[in-house]
Design a protein around this ligand. Structure first.
Ligand code: PFF
Length: 475
């Protein structure tokens, strides 16, 4: 049996460094922006319940599977899968899903950085407003005093119309992500998580408590936890599954890559559970942070992707201390986005290092630039390229812009397919002894986990994928 090849020389300095970095990868725009948006659009409670089911039955078993592949293979997403396949005596063809994961990470980061750019813009606007108020002796004023609600909402349209501004923000965000990843696992990725994640959690709790006091908490709870199953159709289920995978950073190289840096004496199942619990907890708390504020001023919870950017600033205008809270809110989203974008970039970068023999500096530079350029296409599709259609022949994407195609295709197709293949690989093809030794699970627990990975996850993912992509089959 061949030993692992192209192995990484880097590693986390402690178990906690890994946990923080992995939670940082998981907690991001997906939790604070996409989850509340989707829950709002898909009727609240039933979506949330189905989402939690996906997390527990599919997401959690797959988190452990991906980390195992990384730690056993000790390389990038492609190299790790190849090493595990070789140690198990099965085809190298399984590296297909490793490739898919790296490509997904690349594509996701291209639009992720654009959205994170909007976050930087709003943090700047709200920050400027807050410091203006502070120096004029009114630190607890509402945000953007004297600006009409329409003008506040119009800021997003103006931002989308302003290519230089969009480009500047996208550049800043990719630049910061690049600077951190280029420093390496120990000095870059892990340090960033060590500072940003605790700051994120403090802000999250503080703003949620604020919202509970000054907002309409009861209505938010009812909205998020009262299930109306009539709203839970096949596309909503597909959205929930895609969101669960995206939110837990599954199917996009991050967890395999981070797993390769984990030491052999770290117990993986509790770590995987912590990632799933933290990620889902943050998504739900983010809903409980945002909806009380949305309801307090009578805004529409189903506003869609503009909810956080267009609706909330209007709410912050009408709330006590809204200027400060608005500023902190966008800083919080920025921190969350940054620890995730780092993990998205690290997938392709580690591939360049391990497979092509590039230095970290070279790999980080090349991939950051390439992703930056694809990001520009996403950015232009908000504007002058809004009519460009990449997949006009595919009904669910026929009307979608470049941005929406990259977002939709990765989330609805590539992540579920990679998740399906991961489950089949670990559940059926990888050497059982190797897998058991990596998990450290025994007896009934191991049997349960294996059942979920080998049966429930692939069947669940496949069914949801097929009906989500071809809703006509149910008609
Ligand atoms: N999990 C991140 C979020 O919820 O925003 C996004 C993400 C990060 C997806 C890393 C995939 C990934 F590999």
């Amino acid at each position: 049996m061949a030993g692992p090849t192209h192995v990484t020389t880097e590693g986390w300095s402690s178990r906690w460094a890994f946990i923080l970095a992995a939670i940082g990868a998981a907690v991001g725009l997906g939790n604070v922006w996409r989850f509340p948006t989707l829950a709002g659009e898909n009727g609240g409670g039933a979506f949330v319940l189905f989402y939690i089911g996906c997390v527990v039955l599919i997401g959690l078993p797959l988190i452990l599977s991906e980390i195992i592949i990384g730690r056993a293979g000790r390389s990038d997403a492609v190299g790790s899968v190849r090493n595990v396949a070789e140690q198990s005596g099965v085809s190298r063809g399984w590296t297909t899903f490793g490739w898919m994961e790296i490509i997904s990470a690349f594509l996701i980061l291209s639009f992720y950085s654009v959205v994170a750019g909007w976050v930087i813009y709003y943090a700047g606007v709200m920050g400027g407003d807050f410091f203006g108020n502070l120096f004029s002796g009114a630190p607890f004023a509402g945000a953007l005093q004297g600006e009409e609600a329409e003008a506040i909402q119009g800021r997003m349209t103006s931002l989308f119309g302003n290519i230089p501004l969009l480009l500047a923000m996208h550049t800043v965000f990719m630049g910061v992500t690049y600077a951190i990843v280029a420093r390496g696992v120990h000095d870059g990725i892990e340090k960033a998580a060590l500072y940003l994640m605790p700051a994120f959690f403090v802000l999250l709790i503080a703003i949620t408590i604020y919202g509970a006091f000054v907002g309409n908490f009861g209505q938010a709870v009812a909205f998020m936890f009262t299930p109306d199953f009539s709203k839970l159709d096949a596309p909503a289920m597909n959205a929930a599954l895609g969101q669960a995978l995206f939110s837990m950073s599954l199917g996009s190289a991050a967890l395999i890559t981070y797993g390769a840096y984990v030491s052999k004496d770290t117990k993986l199942p509790p770590t995987a559970a912590m990632i799933a619990v933290a990620d889902t907890g943050v998504a739900i708390i983010a809903g409980l942070m945002i909806f009380p504020i949305v309801f307090a001023v009578g805004l529409d919870p189903a506003a869609g992707p503009t909810l956080v950017f267009q609706s909330l600033p209007v709410a912050f205008q009408q709330m006590p201390g809204g200027s400060l809270i608005g500023f902190l809110f966008f800083v919080l989203i920025f921190f969350a986005a940054l620890t995730s974008s780092i993990s998205l970039l690290e997938g392709p970068v580690s591939w360049g290092i391990n497979e092509l023999g590039w230095s970290r500096f070279k790999s980080a530079t090349i991939f950051s630039l390439a992703i930056f350029i694809v990001g520009i296409a996403c950015l232009l599709s908000l504007n002058v390229w809004s009519d460009v259609r990449l997949l006009p022949f595919w009904s669910i994407f026929a009307e979608s812009s470049i941005f929406d195609v990259i977002d939709g295709f990765t989330g609805k197709v590539m992540l579920p397919v990679a998740a399906f293949l991961t489950a089949i690989f670990i559940g059926w093809r990888a050497d059982k002894k190797l897998v058991a030794a990596e998990t450290g699970l025994e007896g009934g627990l191991f049997a349960l986990w294996r059942f979920l990975v080998a049966w429930l996850a692939p069947i669940g993912v496949a069914v949801i994928l097929v009906f989500g992509l071809f809703p006509g089959l149910l008609a």
